[in-house]
Write a protein that binds this ligand. Structure first.
Ligand code: SUG
Length: 426
């Protein structure tokens, strides 16, 4: 089997809510305090996974960790049973408590940076768990993600799963959201592009540090000649594109990018063209940074279909924006490998700043590596049905901000988590 890419989608967890936790994330901030619909969020996520499977692609999923995370609160001095810990945190430090309730693990593009086997020194796929040090609620995910990835990729002859970098702002690492790979095909040696921020004093935090990207490249043993670092454009970060995957997406030999994504696009594109002669750089014009951030046009998944063409998997919000949809039509009509647009509804995730590309972690594998993935995390129609049934039975229909402190919600979330684990173990 030739090399393919498996998309592992994060399943939105039963505590999905709008607590406005992410400073600099326009959607998260503007939906603060709104009622959320966790069951709909998970079913939308599952429908997207199904749509990708139906394109003939291999689809995986990653379950959410248990939330609220009483364990994450204990280091702050809260004691007693899990309910006692949660109740004390809710009354003494509501912000910390809310961070422990977030279902933000659904955005698995932030789980890890994945380095393809043809690019690494030892020929294994390397996954470097992200520390997500820039946001408190997201930093709680890092160790659990490391554990989960070791479970999903147990074959150490094919995969090397690294723990997160030390958790400090100096090493802020947001995983695959700030990494792109370009190559003649998934199985060919690639160019690894790390898009990073810098402390420039803007109002919104720059989450990915260059030092972290360099450490990731070092850990995987990437070839320095084929590794590029690109500074994100400050205007893009301050417009809400703190993750580069909100303004650019790459697949094989195609890069679709907003003209203002990078601080120095001419230098980056020149370096890429020099190293990859059959590269297509697809730029859109007439879409402002604000349009890009509100529609998440560039947060589409760009995937290679079994017939070799590429499809863009877009959030329905792109269809709602005349200017973004016009850009899609222009891209489809132009001379490039992108021939199809698939529209998915991931509105619950979008309202917290997560589009189709945020929801998935892409893992390039050849035949033996694919066989080394724990099959319980790969979707079949039957497993998809079983997951949907668990969600229907256990995920709360709606959560309003006050519900988060209700012990009944905590009990429901624990039952949902146990039921999901039972399906995985089956
Ligand atoms: O880290 N939202 C996420 C969205 C992540 C988007 N991921 C990518 N672009 N790859 C974040 O800001 C909101 C949670 C809240 O407000 O409750 C949140 O964490």
């Amino acid at each position: 089997m030739s090399a393919i890419e498996v998309n592992f989608d994060g399943l939105p967890g039963p505590t999905h809510n709008y607590a406005g936790l992410s400073v600099g994330n326009v959607a998260s901030q503007s939906n603060l305090g709104e009622v959320s619909y966790p069951r709909a969020a998970a079913l939308q996520g599952l429908a997207k996974m199904r749509a990708v499977m139906e394109l003939g692609l291999v689809q995986g999923f990653l379950p959410p960790p248990l939330r609220p995370a009483a364990a994450a609160l204990r280091p702050f001095g809260f004691k007693g049973s899990d309910d006692e810990v949660l109740a004390a945190a809710a009354s003494e430090d509501l912000g910390l408590f809310r961070a422990a309730c977030s279902a933000s693990s659904m955005w698995r593009a932030n789980a890890a940076t994945v380095l393809a086997a043809p690019d690494t020194a030892d020929g294994r796929v390397h996954l470097v768990s992200a520390n997500l040090a820039g946001m408190l609620h997201r930093s709680f995910e890092a160790d659990e993600t490391f554990e989960l990835l070791r479970r999903v990729f147990p074959d150490t002859d094919r995969f090397c799963v690294h723990g997160p970098l030390p958790s400090a702002r100096h090493f802020g690492d947001e995983g695959a959201a700030n990494h792109m790979r370009l190559a003649a095909s998934h199985g060919a040696p690639g160019l690894n592009i790390f898009a990073h921020g810098e402390l420039r004093g803007g109002a919104y935090p720059e989450r990915q540090s260059r030092r972290a990207s360099e450490a990731v490249a070092r850990l995987a043993g990437l070839d320095g000649d084929r590794t590029l670092y690109a500074l994100q454009n400050e205007a893009a970060v301050q417009a809400g594109a703190f993750h580069n995957d909100v303004v650019a997406v790459a697949n094989a030999n195609v890069l679709l990018a907003h003209p203002e994504a990078f601080a120095d696009p001419a230098r980056l594109y020149g370096a890429l063209r020099e190293r990859l002669p059959n590269l297509h750089i697809v730029e859109t014009f007439g879409v402002s940074l604000a349009d890009a951030v509100s529609s998440y046009l560039f947060n589409s998944q760009l995937v290679t279909l079994p017939d070799g063409h590429m499809a863009l998997i877009l959030p329905s919000d792109v269809k709602d924006s005349a200017v973004a949809w016009k850009a899609v039509e222009t891209v489809l009509a132009a001379d490039n490998p992108i021939s199809e647009a698939v529209v998915v509804d991931v509105r619950e995730s979008m309202r917290n700043g997560g589009g189709p590309a945020c929801l998935r972690l892409r893992v390039p594998v050849d035949g033996p590596a694919r066989a080394g993935i724990d099959p319980r995390f790969l979707l079949t129609p039957e497993r998809w049905q079983a997951l949907s049934a668990v969600v229907e039975a256990h995920w709360p229909e709606r959560i309003s901000p006050d519900d988060l402190v209700d012990p009944q919600l905590w009990a429901q979330a624990r039952a949902a988590h146990a039921a999901l684990e039972a399906v995985i173990a089956d």
